[in-house]
Ligand binder design. Structure first.
Ligand code: COA
Length: 406
C-alpha cells in the first residue's frame, strides 16, 4: 500500500512535473519565457510522474531516439533525460515505482534498449542499467601545447557562426558529422531547444566555430571563454571550456584542436566530453601538456529486449559463447543466449558465463573487456575458455562514445 500514485504524464501536467524535476536538481522553475521556448519540445511519450493526490512529487521523463551499436547499425532507443523526486518524498520508493512503470512501458512498446546519464553512480544499477560508455576529461596547458609536425590536418578554414545561425544550423551540422562511433545518438528535434540553443543561441555564453572543408561544414566546436585575470594576478589567462565537439574525420578533429590551441590570451583548455581513446596527447609535441583529469561513467545502458539487442550488433571473430542472463525486473529476458559472429539465439546449452542484465549493459557497446568484469566479480565464469572467447567477441576496435548530453 503506497500513499502516492504513478501514472503517465498528461499534456497539461508537463510544466508542473518539469518544475519538480528542476527542483530536485536544485534548479529554478522555468519562467514563462523559458517555458515558451521548450513547450513544443517537452513531450510526454514514455514519461511517468508520481503524485500525492493531484500534486506532482516525482518525474521520470524520456524521449525516443536512435543509438549506434557495434558494427555501425542503429537501433531505436528510449533516452531517459530527467529523473527526480521532491526532497520531502525521497527514500520512500517513489523512484522505484516510476522506474518499474517506465521499464514495463518500454518493454510493452517493443523498445530494445533504454539509456541515461546518471547524476550519481549508486542510483541505476538496481534497475538493470550498467555503464555502457565512459568519457575522459582533458585539461590542456595552452601556451605550451603545440601540434607535432606531421599531424594530419584537414584542409579548410574555421569560421564562427552568429548565435542566430548556430541555432538554425546546429542540427544540420551534427547530421553532416555523422554517427560514426558505437554509443553515438541521433539528436531529435526536441533535443536542440533544451540542450544546445540555450548555450549557442543569442542568450547563451558559447560560440560555435565550424570547420569548412572541400565539401562544406564537416566539424564544429562549441566553447566559452572565462576571463580569470585579477588585480593580484593580471597575467592569468582565460579558461576555454568546450561543451560540444564533433568532427567527421580525425583530420577535421585535428584541425579543430589546432584552432582551439591558437586562441589568444587563453592559459588552459578544459574539455569534459571526450572519448576514452581521444588522440590529443599523441598529437602534441609534449603529451604531458594534455593531462587527463578524470575518466568517468557516461552513458548507462539498460537492455529491454536482450535477444533483439544482442542480435542488432556485430561481434569479433571467435567461436560463440553461451551466456546466462538474469533480469529481475523484466523476467522475460532471463535465460541463456548463444552469442557469436554468426548471430544470436536463445539456447538450452550449458552456459560458460553468468551475469546480470546490468553487466550485459556494460558489455553491450564494447566499452569493457569481459575479463576485467570477471576479475571484479561481475561476471561469474563457469568455463575459462568461454571468457577468452568473450574477450574477442564483445570489445570494439574503438571505445564507444556518446558525445551527447541529455
Ligand atoms: C535519485 C532519486 C531519484 C531517488 O529517488 P527515491 O524516490 O528516493 O528512490 P527510492 O526511494 O525508490 O530508492 C530506491 C533505492 O535506491 C537508493 N537510493 C536512491 N537514491 C540514492 C542516492 N542518491 N544515493 C544512494 N542510494 C540511493 C535508496 O536508498 C533505495 O535503496 P533501498 O531500496 O535499498 O532502500 C532522488 O533521490 C532524487 O531526486 N535525487 C536528486 C535528483 C537526481 O539526482 N536525479 C537523478 C538524475 S540522473
Amino acid at each position: 500500500m503506497t500513499d502516492f500514485d504513478v501514472r503517465p504524464v498528461a499534456d497539461d501536467e508537463r510544466r508542473e512535473t518539469l518544475a519538480v524535476l528542476l527542483q530536485s536538481l536544485h534548479g529554478k522553475p522555468l519562467t514563462d519565457e523559458e517555458w515558451a521556448e521548450i513547450d513544443s519540445a517537452w513531450k510526454t511519450e514514455g514519461s511517468f510522474a508520481a503524485f500525492d493526490g493531484d500534486t506532482p512529487i516525482g518525474l521520470a521523463h524520456s524521449f525516443g531516439t536512435e543509438l549506434v551499436v557495434p558494427g555501425g547499425g542503429t537501433i531505436e532507443v528510449a533516452a531517459v533525460d530527467g529523473i527526480g523526486v521532491r526532497a520531502d518524498w525521497t527514500r520512500r520508493g517513489v523512484h522505484t515505482a516510476m522506474q518499474h512503470a517506465q521499464l514495463a512501458y518500454f518493454a510493452e512498446r517493443g523498445k530494445i534498449l533504454s539509456c541515461l546519464h546518471a547524476s550519481e553512480t549508486t542510483i541505476y544499477g538496481r534497475f538493470g542499467y550498467g555503464v555502457g560508455t565512459r568519457i575522459r576529461t582533458l585539461r590542456i596547458e595552452r601556451p605550451a601545447a603545440r601540434l607535432r609536425e606531421g599531424v594530419p590536418v584537414a584542409e579548410g578554414h574555421v569560421r564562427f557562426l552568429s548565435p542566430e545561425e548556430a541555432v538554425k544550423q546546429g542540427p544540420e551540422l551534427y547530421r553532416r558529422v555523422g554517427l560514426h562511433r558505437p554509443g553515438m545518438l541521433a539528436r531529435p528535434g526536441n533535443w536542440w531547444p533544451t540542450m544546445f540553443n540555450r548555450d549557442a543561441g543569442p542568450q547563451g555564453r558559447y560560440r560555435l566555430a565550424v570547420h569548412n572543408g572541400h565539401d562544406g561544414p564537416d566539424g564544429y566546436v562549441l566553447y566559452e571563454t572565462v576571463e580569470r585575470a585579477t588585480l593580484e594576478d593580471p597575467e592569468k589567462g582565460a579558461l576555454l571550456r568546450v561543451r560540444d565537439f564533433h568532427a567527421a574525420t580525425p583530420e577535421v578533429e585535428n584541425a579543430l584542436w589546432r584552432f582551439l590551441l591558437s586562441v589568444d590570451l587563453v592559459s588552459a583548455i578544459h574539455v569534459r566530453t571526450r572519448p576514452v581513446d581521444d588522440a590529443l596527447p599523441l598529437l602534441l609535441n609534449d603529451s604531458r601538456h594534455a593531462g587527463t583529469l578524470a575518466v568517468e561513467d557516461d552513458l548507462w545502458v539498460r537492455l529491454i529486449d536482450v535477444e533483439a539487442a544482442l542480435a542488432a550488433r556485430t561481434y569479433g571473430a571467435a567461436a560463440p559463447v553461451v551466456i546466462e542472463v538474469t533480469d529481475d525486473q523484466l523476467p522475460g529476458n532471463t535465460g541463456r543466449y548463444e552469442v557469436g559472429p554468426g548471430g544470436v539465439r536463445r539456447s538450452d546449452e550449458t552456459a560458460g558465463l553468468r551475469l546480470g542484465v546490468d553487466v550485459l549493459g556494460m558489455l553491450y557497446l564494447g566499452e569493457w573487456r569481459p575479463a576485467d568484469l570477471a576479475r571484479s566479480g561481475r561476471i561469474e565464469v563457469l568455463d575459462a575458455d568461454s571468457l577468452a572467447r568473450a574477450d574477442v567477441l564483445f570489445p570494439t576496435a574503438v571505445h564507444p562514445w556518446c558525445g551527447t548530453p541529455f
